[in-house]
Write a protein that binds this ligand. Structure first.
Ligand SMILES: Cc1ncc(COP(=O)(O)O)c(C=O)c1O
Length: 374
């Protein structure tokens, strides 16, 4: 049956109904399973497999690659576990990898690891499809679009076609967009990778990661990596994540509407500069974002005039938690420069719109901006 994406999110990964069984079976807590005789079958030891992961993996695969056959999903303990699993399992000493130079701030840590293992790492910005120029002879292209925290967008199809023409694999970090915002595999990628900690699960109460692989062969290496490093999600986290998928469309729709309303309100403020939101028609990324995204995400970035100004704004906002991370039902924001590592100004704010009533959220932000300017 062909369904809309809200219906798909509600039913994703659910087993066939069975009398007296719950719709979504509860978390299976097991380090090992009854296993007499030859150690074969789907469930042997808890680091290798778990029925709660199986259902979640099915669900994420249905959202990331609806209707595509042969696709396999592997869930991880965190987004970084998933990112590292792809980068470290697919390349060998002597290979070249192309990374964005404006991606998530822990990516340079993986870069250091790759270089220690003898992998050549090339970097280029996300905007303007600048990674194209670095592809010659590369084994793997890593894309992060929209990029965190600068919100630049690149043309995934164009980059994937060029990478494949040269024999490279393509991975896309889909964390900011979520599968309801963008489907990297349909745009040509071999891997859709994400932190499920953010918008996918959306309540700011668990860490999770996943890799959706185009083929079983690619998935086998990623799954083997998970077994070797043991970066497995707990059954409770996996179950909570699956439970949260049912509201993914509702949450995403409200978050994106709130992010756009905020971006519009911020655009009218004299003290706000460097405003970025791919959903804003005047944003430099809007054209390509509209072609490859179905929703533009919950994150809005902007500059306030300096560190103190930004800190006053964060302290004044009542409906906005001063916290890192993004994609939660509760709005949050942070002065990103406090971590170091990102090429941002001292007054740069990464704002994540939650699901509050739009008018309340916009009013709170405008009031906090007024108070911060005094
Ligand atoms: C784009 C992106 N990728 C990966 C990660 C890592 O995810 P996690 O914190 O779940 O390890 C993050 C975290 O903020 C992120 O923003």
């Amino acid at each position: 049956m062909s369904t809309g994406e809200g219906t798909r999110a509600v039913r994703a990964g659910l087993p066939e109904p069975q009398k007296y069984e719950p719709t979504l079976p509860g978390p299976v807590f097991a380090a090992h399973y009854h296993l007499p005789g030859e150690p074969t079958g789907p469930y042997t030891y808890g680091r290798d497999s778990n029925p709660t992961w199986t259902l979640l993996e099915q669900a994420v695969g249905e959202l990331e690659a609806p209707g595509e056959t042969g696709v396999e999903t592997v869930v991880f303990a965190s987004g970084m576990a998933a990112v590292s699993a792809v980068l470290l399992s697919q390349v060998r000493a002597g290979d070249a990898v192309v990374l964005p130079d404006d991606g998530y701030q822990a990516l340079p840590l993986v870069r250091e690891q790759l270089e220690e293992y003898g992998v050549e790492v090339r970097t280029a910005p996300t905007g303007g499809d600048a990674q194209l120029a670095e592809l010659d002879g590369a084994k793997l292209l890593w894309i992060e679009t929209p990029s965190n925290p600068g919100l630049d967008v690149c043309d995934v199809r164009r980059l994937a076609d060029a990478a494949h023409a040269g024999g490279a694999l393509v991975a896309v970090d889909n964390t900011l967009a979520t599968p309801l915002g963008q489907r990297p595999l349909a745009l040509g990628a071999d891997f859709a990778v994400a932190s499920g900690t953010k918008g996918l699960t959306g309540h700011g109460d668990l860490l999770l990661g996943y890799v959706v692989c185009r083929t079983a062969e690619l998935a086998a290496r990623v799954r083997h990596w998970r077994k070797v490093v043991g970066a497995i999600p707990g059954p409770m986290e996996a179950w909570l994540a699956h439970r949260s998928l049912a509201t993914l469309q509702l949450r995403s729709d409200r978050q994106c509407a709130n992010a756009l309303a905020l971006a519009r309100a911020l655009a009218a403020r004299a003290e706000v500069t460097g405003l970025r939101y791919p959903g804003l028609p005047e944003d430099p990324s809007h054209k390509i974002a509209s072609e490859q995204m179905r929703r533009f995400g919950s994150v809005v970035s902007f500059d306030l005039p300096g560190r103190e100004h930004a800190e006053r704004f964060l302290a004044e906002a009542r409906l906005v938690d001063d916290a890192t991370s993004f994609g939660s039902v509760r709005s949050s924001a942070e002065r990103r420069g406090r971590w170091g590592g990102d090429a941002v100004s001292e007054g740069f704010i990464r704002f994540s719109a939650g699901v509050e009533d739009t008018d309340d959220l916009v009013a709170d932000v405008l009031r906090a901006l007024d108070a911060a300017a005094d």
